[in-house]
Design a protein around this ligand. Structure first.
Ligand code: NAD
Length: 306
């Protein structure tokens, strides 16, 4: 499969590193409007550099797009319409109206369309699936130090969207209420946000995302009637504790760290994309799922007390 990476900044260069080594893939080029950057990454991964994606569009079966979010629709739409398999980084687009255009283009072109919600491919998240059944309460913290990128979007679209996608996937059902607060601190955009979501099944999720913290924290915790599951996304650690009934006494609490085979989530995501394209099956995260997370992020920001 002939693949190119479009946008080789902070994240796209990792796409190139992984795709160069992926079996069955030929990395035919990397594209960046910053030609010097494209040439540097191309040299590193023994491939060709381009400054405009149109110059490589007829030579590829698939592309991954890691350009800034505001460019996703303009780059991805014509490629999808031309039947080229596309993985676009999260957030899928700026708005759900733009996301609809990509979903329509993918339906028209008939190729595989994936969205880069990388945490879905985190081995600790995958291992947690056999323990998370009916969460009643979910607590999420995604905190980071001030970045030099993605400041054109609210922290909800940059960081919280990872967890919105996961919570939607784990809980299912409708979001019935949203109570959100956000604070612009160092930028005119929301830099720190907290939201409490209620779902039709009765689950409540409390999510905090910040890009102005002193420490980096990436945690999600699921509270269920008879068990507790905790994931540290960064260290890929998974803990599970459960109640074990004891006749005539208080239940015992058993559990601890569960085995997780650590692997790079991005490498798993790209391998899934290539396999989905080859097998003509749906990828791990579809356009519809990317849109659902984006639409929820939009509603949160709309209803936010600032
Ligand atoms: P970045 O600014 O470091 O890199 C973007 C690159 O795209 C730059 O090199 C820029 O020159 C290039 N570019 C801009 N417009 C272009 C165009 N039309 N054609 C070709 N190249 C173009 O940004 P980044 O941090 O790498 O983020 C890129 C995307 O990846 C964003 O959508 C971001 O939200 C997403 N991202 C996802 C994750 C994740 O965990 N999945 C992590 C970081 C970033």
């Amino acid at each position: 499969m002939k693949v190119a990476v479009i946008g080789v900044g902070h994240l796209g260069r990792h796409h190139a590193r992984i795709l160069e080594k992926l079996p069955g893939v030929e990395l035919v080029g990397v594209v960046d409007v910053n030609r010097e950057r494209a040439e540097q990454v191309a040299a590193q991964h023994r491939t060709h550099a381009f400054a405009d994606w149109r110059d490589i569009a007829f030579a590829v079966d698939a592309v991954t797009i890691a350009t800034p979010t505001e460019t996703h629709v303009a780059v991805a739409q014509p490629l999808l319409e031309a039947g080229i398999h596309v993985l676009v980084e999260k957030p899928m687009t700026r708005t759900s109206a733009e996301a609809d255009r990509l979903i329509e283009a993918a339906a028209q072109g008939g190729a595989t369309f994936a969205v880069g919600h990388t945490e879905r491919f985190n081995p600790a998240v995958e291992a947690a699936r056999s323990y998370v059944h009916e969460p009643r309460f979910i607590e999420v913290h995604r905190l980071g130090t001030f970045p030099d990128r993605s400041l054109d979007i609210d922290v909800v679209f940059d960081l919280m969207i990872h967890d919105l996608d996961l919570v939607l996937d784990f809980v299912g059902g409708e979001v019935t209420s949203i109570d959100a607060v956000g604070v612009p601190v160092l930028t005119p955009r929301i830099d720190i946000a907290n939201v409490r979501l209620r779902f039709s099944g009765g689950c409540t999720a409390n999510l905090t995302a910040s890009r102005i913290s002193r420490d980096r924290v990436r945690k999600i915790r699921f509270f269920q009637r008879d068990s507790y599951v905790s994931i540290d996304y960064s260290s890929q650690e998974l803990e599970m504790w459960r109640l074990v009934p004891q006749p005539g006494a208080m239940p015992a609490i058993e559990g601890g760290k569960m085995d997780v085979l650590r692997e790079e989530p991005l490498a798993r995501e790209l391998a899934d994309f290539v396999a989905a394209a080859r097998e003509r099956r749906a990828p791990g995260v579809t356009g519809a799922q990317g849109r659902a997370a984006l639409a929820l992020a939009e509603q949160i920001v709309e209803r936010m007390t600032v």
